[in-house]
Design a protein around this ligand. Structure first.
Ligand SMILES: O=C(O)CC1=CCC(=O)O1
Length: 262
């Protein structure tokens, strides 16, 4: 039994349900550039990861499987069984896990800026840095990789807000999730994913570069399609218009049949 997570529900009351699962150090606010457009065609459920935003922070370390249980517990509490999923980075890892291990729960999968496996060493270093300095002082460096320099220079308010998400994340929650990422290796389970899958990569993302990460997902997940967008890691913000269009089309085509998005 997982933890019941803080969530919001917006959008079209009778529309297909889309779950949005965010990245390490963010809150469900990261999807604000997406909710109005997605919500015109879909019911949009946003969920804060454990230890992030307004969700509880049980003691760590965590695994991606435990984080996935939190989401399933929360969806059960809403009476939702079969949902479309759009996750970014860690939120996409959770989506991959649910899609392969609980295949009846995900009808369409969008994987943004993510990987089936990250090198553990940088995550061990991140854990040591956070333990030594705390999250507040590290927030500018962490968020510095989330947006391209040009976009960040043009959007100082959004960048400042993103730094606040990181600084406000509970330290046990953040560290527990770093452990989950450091120990995550789903490469051998990708062939169990049956949901129609759209992979989105940021062409300037230093965290999960398309080559090798998104390319591996595209080749290992049966029928997966890859789109590369002009953005860094938080591509849902930096390339919001393209992401909104691609996700709506993908979900409606998967849930209601090809061509139903037009
Ligand atoms: O903070 C980062 O480095 C970006 C990130 C990696 C995994 C995730 O969810 O966000």
């Amino acid at each position: 039994m997982g933890v019941l997570l803080h969530h919001t529900v917006d959008g079209l009351e009778e529309g297909p349900v889309l779950v949005l699962a965010g990245s390490l150090g963010s809150t469900l606010e990261m999807w604000e550039p997406n909710v109005p457009a997605l919500g015109r065609r879909l019911r949009v459920v946003r969920i804060d990861q454990r230890g992030h935003g307004r969700s509880p922070a049980p003691p760590g370390p965590y695994t991606i499987a435990e984080l996935a249980d939190d989401f399933l517990t929360t969806l059960d509490s809403l009476g939702l069984r079969d949902v479309a999923w759009c996750g970014l980075s860690m939120g996409a890892m959770i989506g991959m896990h649910i899609a392969s291990e609980h295949p009846g729960r995900i009808s369409a999968l969008t994987l943004c800026a993510t990987s089936a496996r990250f090198e553990p060493a940088p995550w061990r270093q991140r854990i040591a840095d956070v333990e030594e300095h705390g999250l507040g002082p590290l927030a500018p460096r962490i968020v510095g990789r989330w947006f391209t320099p040009a976009w960040a220079a043009a959007h100082p308010v959004a960048v400042a807000r993103a730094r606040e998400w990181v600084g406000d994340t509970t330290q046990p929650g953040y560290l527990g999730c770093c452990e989950a990422i450091a120990t995550w290796d789903h490469v051998d389970r990708l062939d169990a994913i049956r949901a129609p899958t759209l992979v989105l990569a940021g062409e300037a993302d230093p965290v999960a570069p398309a080559e090798p990460h998104a390319q591996l997902l595209r080749s290992a997940i049966d029928g997966a399609r890859l789109e590369t967008l002009p953005a860094s890691h938080l591509l849902n913000i930096e390339a919001a218009e393209q992401v909104n269009r691609l996700v709506v089309d993908h979900v409606l085509d998967a849930v209601q049949g090809p061509g139903s998005s037009s």
